[in-house]
Design a protein around this ligand. Sequence first.
Ligand code: AMP
Length: 432
Amino acid sequence: MKLLVIGSGGREHALVWKLAQSRHTTRMYCAPGNAGISQERLANSGSLVECVPLGAEDLPRLLAFAEAQKIDLTVVGPDNPLALGIVDLFQQKGLRIWGPNRQAAQFESSKVFAQQFMERYGLPTARAGTFADAGAAKAFARSLEGRCAVKADGLALGKGVLICSHPTEAERAIEEVLVRKTFGAAGTQIVIQEFLEGTEISLHALCDGRTAALFPTSQDHKRALDQDQGLNTGGMGAYSPAPFLNEAGLAEVRNRILKPWLQGCAAEGIDFHGILYPGLMLTKTGPKVLEFNARFGDPETQVYLTRLENDLVELLEASITGQLAKVDLKWNPMPSVCVVMASGGYPGNYAKGEAIHGLEEVAHLPGIKVFHAGTAKRGDHLVTNGGRVLGVTAWGSDLRAARDLAYAAVDKITFAGAHFRRDIAAKGLGAS
Ligand code: AMP
């Protein structure tokens, strides 16, 4: 099969790496890809993955490319093309594509839609209200004593959530999103949720319209600095499994979250084929959904796909055709840890074009895979080309071994200004 993967980050590198191992893959393109992706080879033929300079949101040119190259399966990584309706467009033209259509992608592209859906079908979530009017929003925030999360409705590059702990802070946040429109049209409406305390984990479920096959647990690290200090980022590291939900907890998630979600989708004619990725807070009164994403997490994908034993092409086909009930997901029991190495200054301003050293040495170590995110080639050299640069991923006999191996590799890789957290997986190690 000829595959096209859309996107350019660490998530897409992990998808390409895993799809390249499939016996079904005979040729693979990635648009636009990155320097690490262009070094991947197909297990089948040994041929290199080809990066094509097409933006992930350039739907007309992506469509023209898929038609011209007779792509058998397109795999969408990021949220934006899904929200723009790439799946609907490709399907109208008779092309096979994996990911939720525009209606289904609303679980991520509209927080108002997701919150109201959860309330309609009784999914456990934070107490919340949705508002277009600043006065009503402020009154609701005051009723929560200002301890709340103010969320822009639409996609805002992961920056549209403002956590507040005081009424004046909440008023400022509401003004910023609803009145000053800092996030543009994404902030025409907002969701205000009560602030929830607990342990945050990531869940992923592969869906085929009828079935939701739950992955093992994982945990992301959103803040830039150790001990969850500093600004929110796209994610500074992840590990799986995260030892905070036992079998009974997972059963509760299936019954109280996935089951009513599937029933709600059926009732509203939402045909969801793709990854449902709920962000969950494990509170004293049980798991509660903070938000939904409608695609693979980054860097959760890096730890999931280094543990997944199934052929990913076959899984995505089953997700498209509604055959997931017949498939068993198989996971390597070895835990996996991904440490993100970022450019100095990220998530604020940062330099690009810094030479990266040490990757050749790390490439020969067993139990390690370095996924590239923001990298490019300059002559023969690899250089930094984004905020998150590398996702150094390792697996081992237990979480500690995987963590130690990941950091041993991180310590061999250098670039000017490199910044990473030292405490990825520390919470999991503390709990287990
Ligand atoms: P979201 O994009 O909605 O997941 O929000 C981004 C981050 O804000 C989450 O990963 C949480 O750490 C935090 N957050 C969101 N909603 C809440 C909430 N209701 N209570 C506490 N923290 C929250």
